[in-house]
Design a protein around this ligand. Structure first.
Ligand code: ARG
Length: 273
């Protein structure tokens, strides 16, 4: 198979991350979480630091937000807000265990002097479900975010919103079942979506990579693309090959400790656009 040359010029990105100092699995709000299974916080920190080093080695900037005790899932910065064009839409978490994270992230954006911050009135888990795709925003719903967030997204960002219904509880956030690789290309796990959503994806993207069960089941799609380099879990061996065949550069990391909470590299990362 011929390797497609990617013309996309990768520009340097800025990512917000939150160190897993208070990481734990103390409650179960997704099928990956088992409070009886021990987690190694030191290992989580080591794996998380490595992810930051990988971003820096690719030329990106990493900024950090201070973690707060009692918020073990705050490491999953993707859920903290939505940021497009410097405009911030706050998150409103479904489960009480995570609700205080919204204010913690909002305070960070205020301190940093972001001028346009909108406090959402609708349940939404930030970029876990709201995924920027260049000419549109993909909005996952079914488990965590309310479909009604569409109106706030349209008002704030002026972009079309494509609502996608998630159907498999293991893939409870859109970023566990789909990754936008560039404006025209995405990879996804078809079994995690209803038929109308699969059709909507097929009509939006010119190229859709279908990921196999075994790669989806290690959260292989919880990946970050800069248009050329794709940072993804090393366990997703089949998807690594698919990315290379499609002309992308797969860069692997191991976040096995964070997977115990149902998270991967993308969950730990909020792009500051
Ligand atoms: N334990 C967290 C939760 O269930 C994991 C969040 C993962 N974040 C993400 N962007 N998919 O809410």
């Amino acid at each position: 198979m011929a390797v497609t040359a990617r013309r996309e010029c990768t520009h340097a990105r800025t990512y917000l991350m939150c160190p897993p100092e208070y990481f734990a699995v103390e409650y179960a709000i997704n099928p990956w979480m088992n409070p009886d299974q021990p987690v190694d916080v030191q290992l989580a920190l080591t794996q998380w630091r490595r992810l930051g080093e990988v971003y820096r080695s690719l030329g990106h900037t990493v900024r950090t937000i201070a973690p707060e005790p009692g918020l073990p899932d705050m490491v999953f910065a993707a859920n903290g807000a939505t940021v497009i064009d410097g405009k911030v839409l706050s998150a409103q978490f479904t489960y009480p265990e995570r609700q205080p994270e919204s204010a913690a992230y909002l305070a960070w954006f205020r301190q940093q002097g972001y001028a346009q911050i909108v406090e959402s009135a609708v349940t939404n888990e930030g970029e876990g479900d709201l995924v920027f795709a260049g000419r549109a925003i993909l909005a996952g719903h079914g488990f965590r975010s309310d479909e009604a967030v569409r109106d706030e997204l349209t008002a704030l960002y002026g972009l079309p919103v494509i609502s996608l219904r998630l159907t498999d509880p293991r893939f409870y956030h859109l970023d566990t079942a789909l990754v936008v690789l560039d404006d025209d290309t995405a990879a996804y796990y078809p079994a995690a979506f209803d038929d109308a959503s699969k059709a909507a994806l097929a009509s939006h993207f010119t190229e859709l990579v279908e990921v196999k069960d075994e790669d989806a089941e290690v959260l292989g799609l919880n990946a970050i693309s800069d248009g050329h380099n794709v940072v993804l879990p090393e366990q997703a061996t089949g998807f690594i090959g698919q990315l290379a065949a499609a002309g992308f550069n797969p860069v692997t990391v191991d976040l096995s400790e964070l997977l115990k909470a149902g998270g991967g590299p993308k969950c730990c990362t909020l792009e500051l656009r």
